[in-house]
Design a protein around this ligand. Sequence first.
Ligand code: G4P
Length: 296
Amino acid sequence: MNIQWYPGHMTKAKRAMQEDIKLIDLIIELVDARVPLSSRNPDIDRLGQGKARLILLNKSDMADERYSDLWAAYFKSRGYHVVKVNSRTGAGLKQINAAVQEACREKIERDRKRGILNRPVRAMVVGIPNVGKSTFINSFAGKACAKTGNKPGVTKGNQWIRLSKTLELLDTPGILWPRFEDQQVGLRLAFIGSINDEILQKEELAAELIRFLEQSYPKALTDRYGAELLSEEDSSREGLQKAYGVLERIARARGCLLKGSGLDISKAASLLLDDFRSGRLGRITLELPPEKEQEN
Ligand code: G4P
């Protein structure tokens, strides 16, 4: 994945979305359950003002279940409807229809009072790159769903996918950008592989990941790379330096060696990032809802 956002792109994307949002009742916002805040767009709340809101905690198969529940409660307490999903397997998708009805209850009621019956809810999927928008649309809409064709008033090129009598989905998702300017956000998005590894050197990225895991998921590291991984031999080193020590031991444990002699730290860094991104380190959530973070 190679994201190259620059202001021109962002402005264009935002403008297109503002137009699309006029056509819909409900915003289905995908976030990555491992980084539910960092994978949100900072402007979405302003863009979506007045619309019903449904947040999907996608990739919930990769996130720590305890924390996904906390995140669901966090968003619900702020007025969003929330469903945990795995768009790859389809787990959780069945709950979406009920959540849509619930999220749009006021609109459906308003329609009913005006004598409009059975007008489908119109929804649009939005999210930052790589959060799983296409995967979600494909598995939610399925192959059987026919497009409803262009309708007057619909932005050129936009098509509606009729999902049921009660729900139509705009076929193209809205792509938004994350909060790049926040370093922590950049780091977390780099951990999950959503932005270029070049943002940080791979080794530094791996060391930062170790630093996080050592604190929050030490067992994930020792289960995978050996019980001695976090031994006290690093007591003289601190912070990132200590994490580099752990990376060296991963290199040793996994036989990442340079041709002549010495450890291939770069290979060990790739190995760790790969293990994390493919779920081999287990289900890991990288950030907690703000008030929980303060408690820790
Ligand atoms: P986007 O449209 O928002 O940019 O994202 P896209 O659907 O292309 O998904 C990005 C990657 O995330 C894909 O993996 C996709 O399979 C994966 N993905 C989407 N939803 C889920 C989910 O709920 N759980 C898990 N574990 N993965 C999910 P990829 O490796 O880039 O592609 P591929 O190997 O699936 O082809």
